[in-house]
Ligand binder design. Structure first.
Ligand SMILES: NC(=O)c1ccc[n+]([C@@H]2O[C@H](COP(=O)([O-])OP(=O)(O)OC[C@H]3O[C@@H](n4cnc5c(N)ncnc54)[C@H](O)[C@@H]3O)[C@@H](O)[C@H]2O)c1
Length: 362
């Protein structure tokens, strides 16, 4: 096969970008796009010079592979139809809403010897690639991922929507089994949790803290990693990596408590210029979605393996499921009868200023 025939299912916010890139990617023929919204699918098909379908099943028999960028709650239905028809898939993250659905998709791909890739796009972030190259042995990791309210993806909460990116990265980086999960979260907009705070303990001792919110005034996507070799700070949005390592003095059993006052002054003045060595890596701008889709194409053409497999998609959702169970159980007070969980908060919402006024009046 020298050219692969691909379709895109769901051409909303992200799917239309998949279609745009695939329409110009070498060795790919974008055969068609499918979306029940006729106006949307026809507009995207026209822009990408391809055919429009209103049902994903219309792609069966016409394509070798497809990208699934429909809402998450539909990934399982669409995925089983297409994998069942012998079509390899790149499914947007998360692989599916429920763990058993993810496992079913992965098994179906395996049984039919098809490629199943999952859209954990941060794996293609050059700053993350540099972090992996740096070779830290993570002992403590802090992940922060916030966005302003998207008004989309409300079929899932922030754990499956945003935090899932970091869960995949952490599992890739720490290479160990999370043994213990502590989490709490709150629904702000109604429905699922919009913010979540998580601590993970790993079997060989690593600790990971994660914070995500999709109702936040300041967008942020960052990861800090501490290991015996040093520290790394990743800014996924700016695609930068900052590395620090203890300098020569620390490798010789240095103890600051033994310094006299003048030596302490000199040490403090030189700490960040001499004793802690740093490197800043600013990555070249690149389009991660093009890298991800090129990896999918190359996997389909047998040129390389796909970087994020169905198995990776399953393990990320397995961990997300444990986190969601912990969030659901979280008690906000000492009472065993509640309040507990993301929707059952211990006080009425939006009373902060009223309380402050009462206190001021008293
Ligand atoms: N990798 C990332 O960083 C990233 C970013 C955004 C979204 N996503 C994922 O992509 C998926 C889509 O998100 P979005 O933000 O593009 O949502 P969206 O709501 O903008 O688009 C979804 C599209 O799917 C269409 N659709 C609905 N039912 C369908 C069906 N039965 N068959 C085909 N299409 C159908 C809708 O009409 C809509 O056009 C979600 O799973 C989301 O988690 C991933």
């Amino acid at each position: 096969m020298s050219k692969v025939r691909i379709g895109v299912v769901g051409v909303g916010h992200l799917g239309k970008e998949h279609a745009r890139i695939l329409s110009t990617l070498p060795d790919v023929e974008l055969v068609g796009v499918a979306d029940p919204s006729r106006a949307q699918v026809e507009a995207v098909a026209l822009r990408c010079n391809t055919r429009a379908f209103t049902n994903h099943k219309d792609l069966i028999g016409k394509v070798d592979a497809a990208v699934v960028a429909a809402p998450t709650f539909l990934h399982h239905n669409v995925g089983t139809d297409l994998l069942g028809a012998g079509i390899s898939l790149l499914v947007e993250k998360p692989l599916a809403k429920e763990l058993d659905q993810c496992q079913e998709l992965e098994q179906l791909a395996r049984d039919n010897k098809l490629i199943l890739q999952v859209g954990h796009i941060e794996r293609f972030n050059p700053a993350y690639e540099e972090l992996v190259q740096a070779g830290l042995s993570p002992r403590y990791v802090v992940c922060k991922r916030t966005s302003s309210f998207p008004g989309r993806s409300l079929d899932v909460g922030v754990v499956l929507d945003l935090m899932i990116h970091d869960l995949d990265l952490v599992l890739d980086l720490v290479k160990d089994i999370p043994t213990h999960v502590e989490a709490f979260g709150a629904s702000i907009m109604g429905g699922c949790e919009d913010m979540a705070q998580v601590r993970l303990h790993f079997a060989r001792g690593a600790i990971v803290d994660l914070m995500s919110s999709r109702v936040h005034p300041e967008p942020c996507r960052s990861m800090d990693v501490w290991g015996p070799e040093g520290y790394a700070g990743v800014d996924f949005a700016k695609r930068t990596l900052k590395l620090w390592q203890p300098g020569e003095i620390f490798r010789r059993g240095f103890d600051a408590t033994k310094l006299d006052a003048p030596s302490m002054g000199q040490f403090r003045a030189e700490l960040f210029t001499r004793h802690l060595e740093s490197r800043d890596i600013v990555c070249e701008p690149c389009d991660q979605l093009t890298k991800e889709l090129s990896n999918f194409r190359d996997g389909l053409l047998g040129r390389s393996n796909v970087r994020v497999t169905g198995e990776h998609g399953v393990r990320a959702v397995a961990l997300a499921t444990r986190i969601l169970e912990s969030i659901e159980r979280h008690p906000w007070t000492s009472s065993p009868f509640g309040p507990s969980g993301p929707r059952d908060l211990p006080a009425p919402k939006g009373q902060l200023f009223a309380n402050a006024k009462k206190e001021a009046a008293a």
